[in-house]
Design a binder for this molecule. Structure first.
Ligand SMILES: [Ca+2]
Ligand SMILES: [Ca+2]
Length: 229
């Protein structure tokens, strides 16, 4: 149930070295989705005090969590956080978006056509941003999770104009890329945003190949937050 909410309180205790294990990169994707990312194993003595009923007796939703109910897909802001039906750990598929997790991130694949800027704003409502694809592992994870959902998905790549370099929504430069062999072509000048393609015809295309396209065109989109839920 409310595991990830309650878990954080247990860490606060009387442990002195607070700032120590925060950066512990949770590399091993051991399939445990419930823990609260930070400081999983560093110096903590016997864990397990966090789940279930704490020393203070109260169960589950105590003081730290929002006053509402867990968010469900019903058109109502159940958890009173200002967002209606936001997709999260306990609401994994709603509002055309499907949550998946991996590579230390939470990703939302959304099958509603939006312009790139609108999609970016929508991602921010999830505490995320249009997906940044820093390496092949992320590319493959993204591809396998959107496969079958559609053909075109905005990711967080763009450029200011035809003379500008490509970069990510957070301002960082491309390190890895997966352009299709014939892309980017800016075929009708003004293709300044990046979409991932799925299911187009080889050899010009491969599954997951990137294409430059018109930012105002409605496409499905993928968001990512730099942490798991
Ligand atoms: Ca909500
Ligand atoms: Ca709801």
């Amino acid at each position: 149930m409310g595991t990830f909410e309650g878990g954080s309180t247990g860490l606060a205790g009387s442990e002195s070295s607070t700032s120590e294990g925060v950066l512990g990169t949770s590399s091993g994707s051991s399939g445990q989705l419930e823990t609260t990312g930070d400081g999983t194993s560093s110096g903590a003595p016997s864990a397990s005090s966090s789940d279930g009923v704490g020393a203070d007796g109260t169960e589950g939703t105590s003081t730290g969590s929002p006053p509402g109910e867990p968010e469900i897909c019903d058109g109502i802001d159940n958890d009173l956080d200002g967002l209606v039906d936001e997709v999260g750990a306990e609401n994994a598929q709603c509002d055309t978006c499907t949550l998946f997790q991996g590579e230390g991130q939470a990703w939302w694949a959304c099958t509603q056509n939006k312009g790139w800027e609108t999609a970016r704003a929508r991602c921010e409502e999830y505490g995320a941003q249009l997906a940044i694809v820093p390496d092949e592992a992320s590319q493959n994870l993204l591809l396998e999770n959107v496969m079958g959902m559609g053909t075109f998905f905005w990711i967080g790549g763009r450029r200011d104009d035809s003379m500008s370099p490509w970069g990510w929504v957070d301002g960082s430069a491309f390190v890895y890329d997966a352009w299709a062999p014939t892309q980017p072509d800016n075929i009708d000048p003004g293709q300044h945003c990046v979409r991932m393609t799925v299911g187009l015809t080889p050899p010009d295309w491969f599954d997951g190949a990137w294409d430059d396209f018109f930012c105002n065109d409605g496409q499905f989109y993928v968001c990512a937050a730099p942490h798991t839920l």
